[in-house]
Write a protein that binds this ligand. Structure first.
Ligand code: CU
Length: 117
């Protein structure tokens, strides 16, 4: 009789364990998607990615990974950073949809865009 009881318990424990794993995976997947950083890197005199599309309301963070100072300067003057040294970051929130072109004021050939949908 004892053995019979154990065979009944084991499948329900296995199902519970699988359910916990599945729910945890789903929660993590949703969390990772929501927390996906909207980031632009600066390296070798380039913004990467050169064109970034984000939903309205997102905050984009730039990080200077270069040995040279760079700025994030809007072509319309809508936003702009000071000179960023290696490791410095600059964050800008984009509440309104639009095509936001920017460049580096120290190296004007460095050009990129944030497209807000
Ligand atoms: Cu620059």
């Amino acid at each position: 009789m004892q053995g019979y009881g154990q065979t009944l318990k084991r499948p329900s424990l296995a199902i519970a364990a699988i359910a916990i794993v599945v729910v945890t995976a789903l929660v993590l997947a949703v969390h990772v998607r929501a927390a996906t950083p909207v980031a632009v890197g600066i390296k070798d005199f380039k913004f990467s990615p050169p064109s970034l599309t984000v939903p309205a309301g997102k905050t984009v963070t730039w990080t200077n990974n270069d040995e040279w100072r760079h700025t994030i300067t809007s072509t319309t003057g809508a936003f702009g950073s000071t000179g960023l040294s290696n490791g410095d970051t600059f964050a800008q929130t984009f509440p309104q949809p639009g095509d936001y072109q920017y460049f580096c004021s120290l190296h004007p050939r460095m050009q990129a865009a944030v497209i807000v949908k």
